[in-house]
Design a protein around this ligand. Structure first.
Ligand SMILES: NC(=O)c1ccc[n+]([C@@H]2O[C@H](COP(=O)([O-])OP(=O)(O)OC[C@H]3O[C@@H](n4cnc5c(N)ncnc54)[C@H](OP(=O)(O)O)[C@@H]3O)[C@@H](O)[C@H]2O)c1
Length: 279
């Protein structure tokens, strides 16, 4: 049976990569009893000195706690790790914080349920240094009552945020949010390359222009994002298209490789389409 006190105290972590170590560290800092396992031994580092127990088998990790958290490279590594021991997970709780696709999460859920495993899928909205810090949050999907029972135990990792019963939704929200992040990253990289190529001071530009500009615009972009190709009434798509062409021209003049400007071309396509539709 699922015991509340154990849930709060004893947690096993499968995987001691950069993220697994950060998760274990945050749980130790919060006073949890932490058992760790990694495919390649000897990766527990200072976690053992800080109170973690390292075990040499996945079975040992599952046995040590009612709640097991997997944080491995990918879906295949989770399957490979759990396949020989899945029967041991019956009536126990597994939380998978390994990144993967929506379909992989749904299939993993189906497979684990065949063995009576209580399963929550997750997505970590943090990087190792920010795990357990104020801004960090973790997406979970799966049964709401299971989330309610598990969330307090895992709250030291970051604010627990449930996104739905569908086990694929944590991956869906995670991948979509990452797409937004990489879009910003691509734009930022492109911006500093242009700046540098034309002789500007990158650090000054980042501090005095790029960051305040993005901080001003980010809420507007997020609020305005939608799934249509229409352009809000207050923006003339033709003006937007000309503006994007200017940026592409400046990028070309600076000799910044054209393939780094994909995000601009996607916006230009959207504006041209809006102009065509309006006409
Ligand atoms: N790092 C981040 O910023 C970040 C942020 C959000 C989410 N995540 C997600 O967190 C997960 C782990 O990331 P990470 O940064 O810890 O990666 P990592 O440092 O590359 O560690 C990968 C871990 O997976 C294990 N592994 C790989 N293949 C395996 C297999 N076939 N069987 C068993 N174990 C296997 C590795 O064990 P060995 O030591 O034996 O190789 C190691 O413990 C990924 O899904 C990642 O997308 C990471």
């Amino acid at each position: 049976m699922f015991r509340m006190s154990e849930q709060h105290e004893r947690i096993s972590i499968l995987g001691l990569g950069a993220m697994g170590r950060a998760l274990a560290g945050a749980l130790l800092a919060a006073g949890r009893e932490v058992t760790v396992w990694n495919r390649t031994p000897g990766k527990a580092g200072d976690l053992v000195a800080r109170g973690a127990r390292e075990v040499s088998s996945v079975e040992g990790a599952i046995d040590a706690s009612d709640l097991t958290v997997a944080c491995l490279l990918d879906d295949a590594s989770v399957r490979e790790t759990l396949a020989p021991v899945v029967q041991k997970l019956a009536d126990r709780t597994l939380v998978n914080l390994t990144s993967g696709s929506v379909r992989q999460a749904r299939e993993l859920d189906r497979w684990l349920k065949e063995y009576g495993v209580r399963f929550l899928a997750g997505g970590i909205m943090a990087v190792p240094p920010t795990v357990g810090t104020e801004g960090a949050f973790i997406l979970y999907s799966g049964a709401r009552d299971l989330f309610d029972r598990v969330a307090p135990a895992l709250s030291p990792l970051g604010r627990p945020h449930w996104v739905g019963e569908d086990p694929g939704f944590a991956a869906l929200y995670d991948m979509a949010a990452l797409s937004g992040m990489y879009g910003i990253g691509a734009g930022v990289d492109h911006a500093v390359r242009m700046l540098h190529a034309e002789g500007g001071d990158v650090e000054t530009f980042k501090r005095e222009v790029l960051r305040p500009w993005l901080e001003q615009m980010l809420p507007i972009f997020v609020a305005g994002a939608d799934v249509s190709d229409t352009v809000p009434d207050e923006y003339n798509p033709e003006m937007q298209a000309v503006g994007l062409e200017n940026i592409l021209a400046a990028s070309g003049e600076a000799g910044v490789p054209a393939d780094l400007a994909g995000h601009l071309r996607a916006s230009l396509w959207r504006m041209r389409r809006a102009v065509a539709t309006a006409g």
